[in-house]
Write a protein that binds this ligand. Structure first.
Ligand SMILES: Nc1ncnc2c1ncn2[C@@H]1O[C@H](COP(=O)(O)OP(=O)(O)OP(=O)(O)O)[C@@H](O)[C@H]1O
Ligand SMILES: [Mg+2]
Length: 437
């Protein structure tokens, strides 16, 4: 564990500086190294009893990089935290001076909290507590309440929960059911689970062919969850480490530690179900290793390989509470709505002529057709997208899809279709779930 390096360093410094004095090692408050506290809690500050803070000396600690974290609050950029190593100096009349050897550091890329330790004389804990309190009070008004989104396996760029619910174009009943499921769970379900002495953990799966809007739906659900004061934990398998169970474990730790209700998003959950880890993932779904967050945790998982979610999961009640099939475009009105959305100000009623060709396609197809048509028009220095251009764009995209599926069907799988290193089965010829009506 990394904090042990801090403790080891602090005790060595202590023994060098105060070889004959007994000490205790404690978890300390990360705010003591914050620059805001350092500016406000200055040498000469009186603390509880007759103790006085006499100043700080910066120390070199090989395990600590002195670094500050800035975040945004409204429109302004504010200092959130500062890591560092110090000897804090105090004195108490008639008792003489003493020091606290202190170090704070970031150890985990995902849970961006400072870890801090301190070594000090056992009989000076009260003075130290008063000092920590003064530092915390100096910093706290400026600290954001918390992070709203924790990304496991990747940076913030991997997930952007800013999609508006209205911009996800899917059948209304599907969207409503999904939203109602989340709200019913957090508002009523959590208490019911608790009354039954069960960990409140509900599990939903979004299954659908690529490009139907699963990721978009997750982002929109996340935005709504954050607006309701919940925390989002997002697990990405797209970084270099791929889909490892260790990430799920880290996510579960974050869910358990959160003191708020959590929406846990695991994208492409099928990738975690390879032989080595499958039993452990099943344990999580079963509740054996599931997070115990008394405020409730809702798992939103996605897949485009539902056949990997075998009967052990899909037919065993309780492992996945609900499977939502995210369909391709099913009817004219849905197709037209999507097309209008992506043609935006270029929409003309005559464009509706291509609508029939969009049925059975995912949303990503419509977006690409519309974008391509608009680009063709712009390339021709035209300010309007004619039906002819749109038709040309739809046809060429359809041709391209047909050609690539013929080509891929004739070739053995060479692993180009998967974004990460995990082996996935090839796409089934027929999608196993019936389309949603
Ligand atoms: N239902 C939809 N409503 C609006 N836009 C959509 C919809 N589906 C897809 N799109 C458009 O296509 C893009 C790709 O969709 P998205 O990444 O959400 O698909 P996905 O289902 O997660 O695909 P994959 O299974 O490959 O991860 C979206 O960013 C959006 O622009
Ligand atoms: Mg996706």
């Amino acid at each position: 564990m990394q904090y042990e390096r801090l403790v080891q360093w602090a005790t060595e410094v202590w023994q060098e500086r105060w070889p004959d004095r007994e000490y205790v090692t404690i978890w300390a408050s990360a705010e003591c190294s914050n620059m805001i506290a350092q500016n406000q809690v200055r040498a000469g500050r009186r603390l509880r009893g007759k103790a006085r803070f006499d100043g700080r000396e910066a120390l070199d600690c090989p395990a600590v990089v002195p670094i500050s974290d800035y975040g945004s609050r409204g429109k302004s950029t504010v200092l959130m935290a500062t890591a560092g190593a110090y000897a804090f100096k105090f004195s108490v009349p008639d008792e003489g001076p003493f020091e606290v050897i202190y170090a704070s550091s970031y150890f985990d890329d995902d849970v961006q909290d400072l870890t801090a330790v301190a070594v000090l004389p056992a009989d000076k804990l009260e003075t130290w507590a008063a000092f920590e309190f003064a530092c915390a009070r100096a910093v706290r008004p400026r600290i954001r309440r918390r992070r709203d989104v924790y990304i496991i396996g990747g940076t913030d760029a991997f997930f952007d929960p800013t999609v508006d619910w209205e911009d996800v174009i899917l059948p209304d009943d599907l969207k409503n059911e999904l939203l109602e499921d989340m709200e019913a769970f957090f508002s009523k379900g959590v208490d019911i689970y608790r009354q039954l002495k069960l960990a409140p953990f509900r599990k939903l799966l979004l299954a659908g062919v690529p490009g139907t809007g699963k990721t978009m739906l997750c982002a929109a659900m996340a935005k709504l969850a954050i607006e309701q004061g919940r925390i989002v934990v997002y697990v990405s398998g797209s970084d270099r480490d791929g889909a490892s169970f260790e990430k799920i474990q880290r996510a579960l730790q974050a869910v358990t530690a959160a003191r708020y209700p959590v929406l846990l998003i695991v994208e492409e959950i099928d990738a975690y179900l390879h032989e080595d880890d499958k039993a452990r993932v099943l344990n999580v779904l079963d509740g054996v290793e599931s997070p115990n967050n008394p405020q409730g945790a809702l798992l939103l998982a996605t897949t485009n390989y539902p056949e990997v979610i075998d009967e052990r999961i899909s037919k065993r009640p309780g492992r996945l509470d609900r499977i939502f099939v995210i369909p391709t475009i099913q009817d004219d009105s849905h197709a037209e709505q999507m097309l209008r959305h992506y043609m935006a100000d270029q929409w003309k009623d005559e464009h509706a002529a291509v609508v029939a060709q969009l049925i059975g396609q995912p949303g990503a197809f419509v977006r690409e057709s519309a974008l391509h048509a608009r680009m063709l028009a712009a390339h021709m220095h035209s300010t309007e997208v004619t039906l002819e251009l749109l038709q040309q764009s739809v046809d060429s995209l359809l041709r391209q899809l047909r050609a690539s599926s013929d080509f891929l069907a004739r070739r053995p799988a060479i692993g180009l279709t998967s974004g990460n290193n995990n082996k996935k089965p090839s796409q089934p010829s027929r999608y196993p779930f019936p389309p949603r009506r």
